[in-house]
Design a protein around this ligand. Sequence first.
Ligand code: SF4
Ligand code: SF4
Length: 501
Amino acid sequence: MKKKQYTFKGGYRFRRIEGCPRDMLTTQDIPNEVLIPLKQGFGMGVVSLVKEGDIVVAGQIIGRDDSNVSSPVHASVSGVVKEIKLSNYLGHETQIVRISTRKDKADDCKKVKGFTSDWAKLKNEEIESILYLAGVTSLDKSGIPTKFKSSIITPKDVRSIIVPAIGFDVYNLSQELLLGEKRVLDYIEGLRILHAFMPQANIYLALSKTDMQINEKLSEAVSQYGFINIISLEPKYPQGYDEMLVATVLGEKFPFGYYAANLGVIVLNAQTILSVYEAVVKGKPLIERTIAICGPGFNDTPHLKVRIGTPIADILKSYLRTDVSSRIVLENTLVGDKLTDLSLPVTKATSKIIALPENNKREFFSFLRLGVKRDAYSNTFASSVFPFCDKTLDTNIHGELRPCISCNYCEEVCPVQIIPHLLGKYVKNNIIDDSLVRFKIFNCIGCGLCSYVCPSKIPLLELIKEGEKKLAMEGIERSSSILPHFKLKGLKEYKGITTKL
Ligand code: SF4
Ligand code: SF4
């Protein structure tokens, strides 16, 4: 057996960043209307089962397609279907169902058939059916396999389940809040439910080395379950990426550009495990999410319990600062999607809304400034003298594009040990050939750290992505450099699937 490594070379730990979500949970008001995309979470889009004018109940399945890799989509409120329209969500064309809410029916919710607190008596197929019908199977990067086509693999193919109960990003959902006193038992029950129909799979709880409270609480709670292993990791970015979790927790190589599921591994976050519990024990379909409000562009940064389909503009109304204009980014501060249409809704895949104040001011000789409140990779005078100052993020790159100074910072932080400055130089000089493949351009996981730390402000990630596209145009595909090294499952089903929405 290969030796497990509990950290990886490279990466970066963000410390003392302003605008982290507070340990407070508020329920967002049910909106006047919701917008439900028929493509949400892992899998393909589904077919509408409703038409304009139909009356729907919260929890009712309004979209489903058992013939493609997908999971059912539900009405998140009770009301009337006003419109079904093809729209663009972050570059993807999808049907969106607009439902106007009946506020007098706000508490109604259709339960999933077959749920029970005595779930241990259920057959595997019955548990799988509840999870599928609840829509929970489309959560996270590769979904949850069931007897339906909810994943690219089957439950029998799963050999490991990794559950990161920790945040490794700039901003993270509070695990303390998600797994508060009462919820730990629900969480453990969610893990046991998964193990019931995937008994061959080892479960790994990936915790932060530094979060002693959660560590102790979970270690004690799972001590009687031999199939649950606790792994302590360094809380640095991008440890939360599936690629890095497979490498650190299992000590295995990742087929870059494919899914962990292709290896027989699924990665599910703490909120998904709680949704598994709620579906099977309480019969609750996936109609709401807990999301974190993050960043210095907000006047408050609580966690919100919000109905899927709530327009993001409704949420911003209450929390966005009015004295600055902010860029709204979803999920990932460094490489998340910039939201230009704020009427778009929260989906199953939304967990963080980040607001970064826009700042276009040019700063000449920025690298000579003290930067006490600025996060910097280099161990500057300011960061060593003022290590306890909170750092604030904005959209300013703080300086002008300059030539590469061969500082190697980009190489130091790269979590997959490729050489971003070298790849960047090749692409910039339009040298698009096999040398890019030899320098492992296809191993880039798109974390954006190289661009973030570069003191010369070179957009390395953009150049790498451009290089990959140009290689594809030359007929040099990722598959030819990755596939010969792996025996992957679910390759046929994997094509065309995204987790974007
Ligand atoms: S080259 Fe890719 S993987 Fe490496 S730091 Fe840059 S974005 Fe991340
Ligand atoms: S971080 Fe920027 S300046 Fe430093 S080696 Fe990389 S590309 Fe060059």
